[in-house]
Structures are given as C-alpha cells and as structure tokens.
Design a binder for this molecule. Sequence first.
Ligand SMILES: [Zn+2]
Length: 232
Amino acid sequence: MKCLRIGLVLTCIVATFVGCICTKNTPTETISRGTISAGSMHVPVDIGYSSIPASVQHKITGVSFRKRTPVKMSDLSYVKVRYIGFDNKEHMGELIVHKELAKEVLTIFEELYQKKFPIEKIRLIDEYKGSDDLSMKNNNTSAFNTRMIAGKKQLSNHSYGVAIDINPVQNPEVRGIKVRPGNAKAYANRQIVRKGMIIKGDACYSAFKKRDWSWGGEWKNIKDYQHFEKKT
Ligand SMILES: [Zn+2]
C-alpha cells in the first residue's frame, strides 16, 4: 500500500513536471527529442527553437526587450536546450538569440551536452530583472539582453542576440585588475583549470570556434572568458 502511494505521488510529480515543460513554451520547430531526469525517472522533453512564444514576449517586454532594443521581436528566437549541470545531471535551459543563429545555437548546446561540458544554469536574464550583474553573479548562462558594453556608451552585441555568456563565475571578464562578476576573482587565474572553465581547445571553445564564433578569451585588450559572439 505504501509502495502504491509513493508510486502515485511520483506519477503525479512527473505528470505535473511533463505538463509544465510540454504545454508551456513548447518550441514549434523541434529538431531533436531529449530527456530530463525527474528523480530516478527520465521523461522526454522537446528541445528546439521557435519564434518567441506569447508568454515569453510578455515576460521580456520592458525587461530585456526595451524601447532601445535594436532588433524586432520577430528577429529573435526562443531556444530550448538541454545541458549537463554541475551536478552531472541533465537539465533544460532557455535562451533567446537572433533568429539567424537559433538552429546553430541549438546544435552547439547539444554538442556541449553530448560532450558533457558542465554548465551551472541557463535561464532568461529576465529572471534577474535584466541585470547582467545579478545574472553573472548567479553564474547564469544567457544570451539576449538590451544593454550597454560595461563602461561604454555603445550597445553590447547581446542586444542583438548574437552573443552568449557561459558560466560567468568560472569565466569572468578581466580588465587589468578589475574582475566581473566580483565573486569570480579566483578564476582570473586561468592556469588552474576547474569545472566549468572555458579553455582554448576544450569542448566549449571548439563548439563555438569551429562555427566561426569569436571568443572573448582571445581578445587583446580585455579578456572576457565567458563571451562568444558571431556576426550575422
Ligand atoms: Zn558577453
């Protein structure tokens, strides 16, 4: 009886979980079917990309998508990816990128998943009120956000959806002695390789570079180890 009850509870949890994923913001152009762990069970979920679903449009308007956003909502795509977390388990993440890069971004993240490159979390920056500082500090991987380049009066490429920041704590932006985010100082030292760091030649570096993305870790004046971008 106890087993049956536990079984029923588990079934309900999984059903609710699947319901959330499948009915909310399901990508319309699914190119692959993944699975995600729920307790000891694996449930199928769709990974893919689509135009921005109405619920997501509502969520990002006035936050990451603002009056000064240089692209139209219809220029952007919503991408649902799976990834291996720092806990070595599968997770689902969501990104917004320029529509011309959507399929490629999905392929890149699927490659990172297959190669088990660990990513701590992938959430829309709107969950951090559009604050790059809060998102970075929380080690969130994200792409689209309307914002200036730090310390400049120039829109960042993130504003066009053509730049992605990965594991910002393990891969900080380093300008001389200034390190962003502030809780990433230990990772300015690139000689000690730790989980989630991007190092020249590794799976993450290769997945982007072979598709002609440039890496901030190879810039001359500053180093932005979390940052990849591509011209569209
Ligand atoms: Zn960036």
